[in-house]
Write a protein that binds this ligand. Structure first.
Ligand code: EPU
Length: 338
């Protein structure tokens, strides 16, 4: 039986900015078999397609004249266990935060620093989600995907994913070519505390020997305090990447702006806090029309209600221009724009 083809489909509930764009067609993909059947589905042959997870890293700038593929593949299970680790698999459509909570509840810690990140499991490898001292890539074992053009099933190991800072193969050469159907994580049995991030350390003050659940609770509290809830105020988390500059550029900036927030990188370059740069340009809490820069974290742009993707991009352009003029630093937009 072929999949149901929906027409003139509202994407309002499928992007955390809450933009009211429509897709010409949409299909719900509930299994890897369904994903594989798309390659031979004559109804959608030749049409552009876009894979939707939770839509939490997405800016819809207009209606989409193609097929929205909405991935709802469910399931979570331990697939293997050895002396050192559990291998845990989750369907691409599982909610990420609920999956993290489930691993903890079942005695398999390791993902707690990534609590409360919106979106689905299948989306996490695409931008290699990271927060509070951990990147998903560090806990990644492999992923299962279907190549859209051929319907072939493919397995990607960590090397094939080419993870970087908010980056992977799926944002580059692999863009638009695959549907991720499930992801397998390696959760080491020897748990190590990651609580160096200042906000998390502060939230843990007083805890004698924090366990994974304490980290989870601290991360949830920090995120709730700093980041707007997309269900109340549409947003896609950080709107820009933290820019990485050479040490020479950094030294020159530091001489002018002694308070600049920076993180030295392993390769000798220096990562700057884009939120600080934007804040310093006076953008925190300001906006244009129905859009705004968040008043507690300037890296987050918001839809205050009724804004369009184009308007958020206009705001982003104004912010980028000011940061460029004041600091000579180029900000790169982090979410995917469609
Ligand atoms: N800062 C300001 N003003 C602001 C915002 C930030 O001065 O308006 C300063 C903060 O005081 C701090 C520094 O900038 O010293 C960094 O801010 P924060 O700790 O909030 O982290 P971030 O670098 O802005 C990154 C990730 C977040 C992640 C946090 C925690 C990126 C693009 N963003 O933000 O990820 O949750 O660190 O690890 O790397 C996301 O990708 O969507 C996301 C939310």
């Amino acid at each position: 039986m072929s999949l149901q083809l929906l027409t003139d489909f509202s994407l309002f509930g499928y992007n955390t900015f809450g933009f009211d764009a429509r897709a010409r067609y949409a299909m719900h993909i509930g299994s890897a078999d369904a994903a594989a059947s798309l390659a031979t589905d004559a109804r959608i042959a030749g049409l552009p397609h876009f894979v939707f997870g939770g839509g939490s890293n997405l800016v819809l700038t207009r209606d989409f004249d193609g097929v929205a593929l909405i991935v709802g593949i469910a399931g979570r299970r331990v697939v293997a266990e050895d002396r050192d680790a559990w291998l845990v698999e989750a369907g691409a459509g599982e909610n990420w935060h609920e999956f993290v909570a489930w691993t903890l509840a079942n005695g398999m810690p390791g993902l707690e620093n990534l609590a409360l990140i919106p979106g689905t499991v299948g989306a996490t490898p695409i931008q290699n989600i990271g927060a509070y001292g951990l990147e998903m890539g560090e806990r990644f074992e492999r992923l299962h995907a279907v190549e859209l053009a051929t319907g072939a099933r493919v397995v990607f190991d960590r090397e094939a994913c080419a993870f970087g800072y908010r980056d992977s193969f799926f944002k580059r050469d692999g863009r638009g070519r695959f549907i991720i159907t499930s992801v397998v994580f390696r959760l080491p049995k020897a748990w190590t505390l990651r609580a160096d991030y200042a906000d998390v350390a502060r939230a843990l003050e007083g805890a004698a020997s924090p366990n994974a659940q304490a980290i989870f609770d601290a991360v949830v509290a920090v995120r709730r305090a700093k980041l707007p809830d997309w269900k109340v105020l549409g947003n896609a988390g950080s709107f820009f990447k933290n820019p990485v500059v050479s040490v020479q550029t950094f030294d020159a900036l530091k001489a002018r702006e002694p308070g600049i927030v920076s993180y030295p990188q392993a390769d000798g370059q220096v990562k700057l806090a884009a939120g600080w740069l934007i804040d310093r340009c006076g953008w925190r809490g300001r906006g244009i029309g129905g859009t705004a820069v968040h008043d507690r974290q300037a890296l987050v742009l918001m839809n205050r209600g009724g804004a369009t993707g184009e308007q958020v991009l206009e705001l982003a352009e104004a912010v980028r221009r000011d940061v460029r003029e004041r600091f000579g630093v180029e900000l790169e937009i982090e979410p995917v724009c469609l």
